[in-house]
Each structure stands twice: as C-alpha cells, then as structure tokens.
Design a protein around this ligand. Structure first.
Ligand code: ATP
Length: 454
C-alpha cells in the first residue's frame, strides 16, 4: 500500500500516517510488514509539494522468516519480516483500503492544498511509475489509468493528487537504498519547541557513519526539523543499524514512537543525464557537460551566476546563497573551463540551480601584474577599459590586453564540489555518503568522490 499528500505546512506528516498504518496492521489485521517501511522522495521540482515531496509505502503479506523490530509507537512494537510466504494477500486489498482510508480520514489535515491519495495493489507496480515521478512531472489521470489497467485499487480525497506519490512509492524498485531512523513527538507537543541535544546530534555522523545529520561548516542540525509536524528528528545512514543506534544516542524529549525507513535519500535517483543544453527543460534535475561560456557574476543576494554552453546552446549556472562555498567555486570559473553541472532546471532565463559541480578541466589563468610600458616612450600605458587593452598617454599607441605582464594563477582544483549540506535536497547523494561495497567490491550508485578523486 502507498499513501501521500496528507499534510500541509501547518501540520502532520505522511510518514507519521505510515507509522500508524504499520502499527494498525500489526495489531488489527492478519497482515505483516515485509521488509522495512519505505519513505520515498519524488521530483523535488514539483511546485505543489508541501516540503520534501515524500510518500510512504508498505509491502504487506504473510510474513516468513525471523521477524525484526523496525519501530514502535505508543509502546507497541512494529515488526517486519524478511520475506512473504507464497500465499498471496490479494484477498486483503479491500480490508487494507478500508483501514488505511480510516487513518487518512482521521489524520490528514483539512487544507485546500492537501489532496490525499491511497493505493493498494495486489501485485508489485512497474518501476516506470516511480522513475517518471522522481524525474519528471506526471499527470494524475495517467497514473490512475495505469493503476486501473493493473487492477490496483486507489482512492483520493480533495482531488486525490496524492495517488501519484502513493503509486510511485509502491513502484520504487529500491535499486539503491539508504535508511532513516525517525523519532516522532508526543501529540501534545506537536507545534512546540523541540527538545533535542543538538551538541550530541552534531557528533553522530563522525561516530556512527551516518550522514547529513548536521552541517559541519555552520553547525546547523538538519536532522531536527523546525516545522510544526510530528517528526522529532531523523538520522540517515547506508544501513539500518547505525541509523537506529545514532538516533537512540541523541538525548531528547520522550518520543511517542520510532521507525527505521528504507528510503531513496541520497541516491541521486532524481538526476537525468542529458547529452546537450538543448535537452534541458524546467522542472527536471539534470547532469550535463559543457564549457564555461561567460565569466561569473555575483548578485546582490550573495548568489553567483556563470554560463555554460555546448554546440546546442547556453544555460546559466546558479549557486545561491545557501549553497555556501559552492559559490566560490562557481565564482572562480573562467570561460573555457570544462565542467559537469548537476541541478534543477528553471526557466527564464534557462538556469541550472546547482546541487553539484564537477570541474573536469580548468584552463590556465593569468593575473595582470601591472600595466604594460610603451615601447617607444617608456611610460606606463593606461587601460582603455575592461578587456579593451592599453593606450600610451603620450604617443597614443595601443596594445592588446595580453601585452600586460602577467603571472599564472591557480584555478579550482579538478573534481566534484557540492552545495552546503544544509542546502542539499533529500535525494542528492552527498559526496561523502559512505560508499557501500557489494558484489565483490563494486561501488553502487556512487558517482561522487572528493575534489581530487576523478
Ligand atoms: P511531506 O514531504 O512533508 O510529506 P510533501 O512535500 O510530500 O510533504 P505533498 O503534500 O505530498 O508534499 O505534495 C506533493 C504532491 O505532489 C502529492 O500529491 C504527490 O502525489 C504529487 N507528486 C509527487 N511527485 C509528482 C510528480 N512527479 N508529478 C506530479 N505530481 C507529483
């Protein structure tokens, strides 16, 4: 089953509903949760998202194998089984739809822009429903038609746009997976100031191999939201155990529940490789090679904008104020540098809002030491303006800009650079996401690497 769009900026969180749903199934229905409950982020560029465009799904069945405790709410454990027995739980579809509808009606906020959707499918859904929703903008009618063709039940409220996310969360193939251990607040505390030991939170990434808990440069703790939602904090890792241990190590107000989600956080699943500037369009996130075409310009809000081109056109590259030191890298680019840009495309003018930047080749740079001297008069020449060369104030002879004595200056080191952790999307793979070795040491999914790691 999948569910989405039950919250608003004023409250609630679809993940809380997912947690309650898992608990309800365990206590009142003859169904088990198979594998970890799933928190799936979708296209971060859709304008109608509340916050992080997250949806939730649970794989349900008759559990087989040794159950594992993956969470608890109000004192009741939530267990998950490693696999389902062969018995098909299709007969339960109506029961699940009924129970989940009750929870949506109890918990979803009443807000004009909250459009809950619920999907219950007796069989897995095609991964294309996920890839389209994480990488592009999709139409509700198309998703509903696909679900009908697959005999998946779906239900929507207030227009039911949440069916898009609910279906995508079920369809997520989990080809790359990370985990988030999330703690939830007691209901009476929703909307009040969170009590979390932020100093302790700042240490867990170093101690447990978790990532994105805090931003070492600014000290900001990203794991603790400041919205009025039920989430107390969430800690992310490649594997469930370190995430849960790190969460448990952070002193805080008494939570009402905890759960470890399997997620697509930090996977770069939202990034589409495109071969040319002409293929960029708004509301998708691209990875694109090009050559810097225009020197960077610093804007009043602290942002830096350069331009990149290939044979098919030119596109701006923007590093906004929250991206931190990434602005300095963009600011150090010069025409001719070969780069790969990763970021969301916006219209008017076409711009990539940078999440990451790879400097592939940096052309030689020179800094002028002084103005040139006139060969005939032996006096210092005067600049004729930016890029316009020099002129002798006595005889009037002119020379090009390159005639000035120059020294070679260093450009940015080749390699990957990224936005400050606090400015990163949930889906963005941080460069320091710990690598996971599988299949005899083949790194999965990790296209990052440090600045000198090309
Ligand atoms: P939170 O993360 O706090 O749970 P949210 O940011 O997920 O909130 P929602 O309230 O779920 O925001 O709103 C997102 C809406 O956009 C949902 O209705 C979802 O179905 C829909 N949606 C998600 N991805 C796409 C997409 N690629 N194209 C069109 N609609 C989408």
């Amino acid at each position: 089953m999948g569910v989405d769009d039950t919250d608003s900026p004023d409250g609630m969180c679809t993940t809380y509903l997912g947690l309650r749903m898992a608990a309800l199934l365990a206590s009142e229905m003859d169904l088990d949760v198979i594998g970890h409950p799933r928190l799936v982020r979708l296209n971060p560029n859709v304008p109608w998202k509340t916050r992080g465009n997250g949806a939730v799904s649970l794989v349900l069945g008759i559990g087989d194998g040794t159950p594992e405790r993956v969470g608890a709410i109000d004192g009741a454990d939530i267990v998950s089984f490693p696999r389902a027995s062969v018995e098909q739980p299709g007969a339960h579809v109506d029961d699940v739809l009924h129970a989940a509808s009750g929870l949506v009606e109890e918990l979803a906020v009443d807000h004009p822009e909250t459009r809950p959707g619920l999907v219950v499918s007796p069989s897995p859904l095609p991964p294309a429903l996920y890839w389209n929703a994480v990488r592009d903008v999709v139409e509700l009618a198309d998703v509903e038609a696909a679900l009908d063709a697959l005999s998946a039940s779906h239900r929507g409220w207030n227009g039911g746009r949440g069916v898009i996310g609910a279906a995508a969360a079920i369809a997520w193939p989990a080809s790359d997976v990370t985990y988030e251990a999330t703690a939830y607040r007691r209901r009476e505390r929703w909307g009040t100031r969170r009590e979390v030991d932020l100093e302790a939170a700042r240490t867990v990434d170093g101690r447990y191999g978790t990532f994105s808990t805090s931003d070492p440069a600014t000290g900001r703790v990203m794991a603790v939201p400041n919205t009025p939602c039920p989430v107390l904090m969430g800690v992310r890792a490649n594997d469930p155990v370190p995430a849960a241990m790190a969460l448990a190590s952070i002193p805080s107000e008494e939570p009402s529940g905890r759960i470890v989600w399997a997620t697509n956080h930090a996977t770069d699943d939202h990034v589409v490789d495109i071969a040319s500037v002409s293929l960029a369009r708004s509301m998708i996130t691209v990875r694109l090679d090009g050559t810097v075409a225009r020197p960077p310009v610093r804007g009043p809000g602290g942002h830096v904008i350069a331009a990149m081109a290939d044979g098919t056109g030119s596109i701006d590259l923007a590093a906004f104020e929250p991206t931190g030191a990434l602005r300095d890298v963009v600011g150090s680019l010069v025409p001719g540098d070969a780069v790969t840009a990763v970021g969301a495309v916006r219209d008017g003018p076409m711009t990539i809002n940078l999440e990451k930047l790879l400097v592939r080749e940096a052309v030689d740079r020179y800094i002028k030491v002084e103005n040139p001297t006139c060969k005939s008069c032996r006096v210092r020449m005067k600049s004729r303006g930016r890029d316009a060369g020099y002129r002798c104030p006595r005889c009037g002879s002119r020379v090009a800009r390159e005639a000035a004595p120059r020294v070679r200056a260093g450009g940015p080191q080749k390699g990957w650079y990224e936005a400050a952790p606090s400015a990163q999307r949930h889906l963005t793979m941080p460069l320091n996401r710990p690598a996971r070795c599988i299949d005899g040491g083949v790194l999965r999914g990790h296209r990052g690497g440090g600045p000198e790691d090309l």
